[in-house]
Design a protein around this ligand. Structure first.
Ligand SMILES: [Ca+2]
Ligand SMILES: [Ca+2]
Length: 109
């Protein structure tokens, strides 16, 4: 008997939408991981129910997740096309963090 470690395609659920970068974090604090990602043109989306994507206004080229304010819920940070660093704990707006970076540790690329 040969056991395959390759997951069966039927074991994957499609979440409607097209993203080219993806990060995981518990954005709503319910104890299970959620997803956030970037579209090809830098649009930012997250999903806490794996069914719908919510847009966060703005455009980024890199995205990372982490609990930056220590409230137990994951937040997002990312790089804009010019290297500017932004973070969001509200998921409605981005706060500029002084400085310019070429990459973020743990980013999706
Ligand atoms: Ca969650
Ligand atoms: Ca947080």
């Amino acid at each position: 008997m040969v056991k395959s470690s390759i997951p069966s395609p039927s074991g994957w659920q499609n979440i409607p939408g097209i993203l080219n970068r993806l990060v995981a974090g518990d954005f709503d604090g319910d104890g299970t991981a959620d997803l956030a990602g970037l579209t090809a043109n830098g649009g930012i989306y997250y999903s806490t129910d794996f069914v719908r994507w919510q847009n966060i206004p703005g455009m980024l080229v890199r995205l990372v997740a982490g609990d930056f304010d220590g409230d137990g819920q994951a937040d997002l940070a990312g790089l804009a096309g010019n290297g500017g660093v932004y973070y969001s704990t509200s998921f409605t707006n981005w706060v500029y963090a002084t400085g310019v970076l070429a990459n973020l540790a743990g980013s999706s690329e």
